[in-house]
Design a binder for this molecule. Structure first.
Ligand SMILES: Nc1nc2c(ncn2[C@@H]2O[C@H](COP(=O)(O)OP(=O)(O)OP(=O)(O)O)[C@@H](O)[C@H]2O)c(=O)[nH]1
Ligand SMILES: [Zn+2]
Length: 379
């Protein structure tokens, strides 16, 4: 065998760590359990998304004689009344059913009511939560230590990943970022735009839409836009996303050129299914930030490193950013993009989106000047 073929880091396969994390992620997406190892620890973990009584019973059998615990993020642990500063593992009664597990993991009614034993999640359990997030599941898993020397056919089928490999995966993610394809598309306005598609290591398509012919030696107008299926495509009135996207495109057209980065960051990075869960919680009274944290997420899970990489790949490193969101300015600046100016994108305030926009302005510092001055901080 040639040296090139025996390499653990071949061009075909990537490095062994990345392979194991990618495989673990696909197992979680298929709702299968995985095994996570960390020094001296070997843990079986099952995401609670897709759990039913049959799967709960089978997982309990697989873990036996150890009883699975419910591992939740720090945010979720706090919302059910524990004083958590890390992810936590909650002991479950042996007779607990699926609906109680979902209530503990994601319901608003459950807040402040957990009375069982709680302990800080182990390294392997914390890595399991991180993987659940990356697979766009609820960030909650059932987990139990594997008995030493356990050896059976079922266990042989379970993919194993190292906790440290999971932790390094996000940091190394840019290595596997690829330019995939591009084409020119005539838009409704008559403008021709070049859609350049990149693929990230999780398989998501990230798109740079180049309007006109920007001069990349000068600051280029850029809209960094996170996907919002409900708003961008269907004109949902719950948010301002669709209006902002159209305003941004019109602005670039009037300026003659620019770039829209259309990022696969649905629901501020929690994914479409979890955004719907967040909307249900908002229907029961929570605001957009508290709904995210009640589900166990950060109020905003987005990272702008991939956006910065897309800009660098396009040779676009000095920009004028179209946004009201200070976190985007910070994120891109920290990732090495020079922002020479900000352009506001003020979408109409309606009875449907007023509460959402007010929360963004008051709690997240968005510069939304067409809300009443009383609720809007000055830029
Ligand atoms: N989790 C969650 N996500 C939401 C909600 N409403 C809208 N979103 C998502 O929020 C994101 C908004 O993205 P952007 O419009 O790019 O950014 P922004 O943070 O509003 O900042 P701007 O640049 O000023 O528009 C999209 O991914 C939407 O899917 C909500 O109530 N909950
Ligand atoms: Zn939206």
């Amino acid at each position: 065998m040639s040296a090139a073929h025996s390499s653990a880091n071949s061009a075909l396969l990537g490095n062994a760590e990345c392979i194991s994390v990618s495989r673990a992620l696909s197992e979680l997406q298929a709702r299968r359990p995985i095994r996570i190892s960390a020094s001296g620890e070997s843990l079986l973990a099952l995401p609670i998304d897709g759990l039913d009584e049959q799967r709960l019973g089978d997982f309990a059998d697989l873990c036996s004689p150890n009883a699975p615990k419910l591992v939740v993020t720090q945010q979720r642990a706090r919302s059910i009344g524990t004083k958590a500063s890390t992810a936590m593992a909650l002991s479950l009664s042996p007779v607990v059913g699926v609906s109680t597990i979902f209530d503990l993991a994601a319901s608003a009614e459950n807040e402040g009511h957990f009375v069982g034993t709680v302990e800080a999640a182990s390294r392997a359990a914390t890595a399991a939560i991180r993987l659940a997030k990356l697979s766009r599941s609820l960030p909650a898993v059932l987990a139990a230590n594997v008995m030493p020397n356990r050896d059976d056919d079922l266990m042989d089928l379970i993919v194993t990943v190292e906790a440290d490999a999971v932790n390094r995966f996000a940091a190394d993610a840019t290595n596997a970022f690829a330019h995939v394809s591009e084409a020119t598309i005539p838009l409704a306005s008559g403008t021709e735009a070049r859609f350049v598609v990149f693929r990230d290591p999780l398989g998501a398509d990230q798109v740079a839409i180049i309007v006109g012919k920007p001069d990349f030696t000068q600051p280029v107008p850029v809209r960094l836009h996170s996907a919002c299926l409900t708003g961008d495509v269907f004109g949902s009135q719950r948010c301002d996303c669709g209006d902002q996207l159209r305003l941004a495109l019109a602005r670039l057209e009037s300026l003659g050129s620019g770039v829209i980065l259309y990022m696969a960051q649905e629901g501020r990075g929690i994914g479409l299914a979890n955004k719907m869960r967040a909307y249900r919680l908002q229907d029961s009274g929570l605001d957009t930030r508290d709904a995210n944290t009640t589900l166990g997420f950060e109020d905003d899970e987005r990272d702008y490193g991939v956006a910065a990489l897309m800009l660098r790949t396009l040779n676009c490193t000095r920009i004028v950013l179209l946004t009201n969101n200070p976190a985007k300015l910070d994120g891109l600046t920290k990732a090495g993009i020079e922002i020479t100016a900000r352009v506001a994108l003020q979408a109409p305030v309606t009875p449907h989106n007023r509460r959402y926009l007010t929360t963004k302005a008051v709690r997240s510092g968005h510069k939304i000047i067409n809300l009443k001055a009383s609720v809007c901080k000055k830029f």
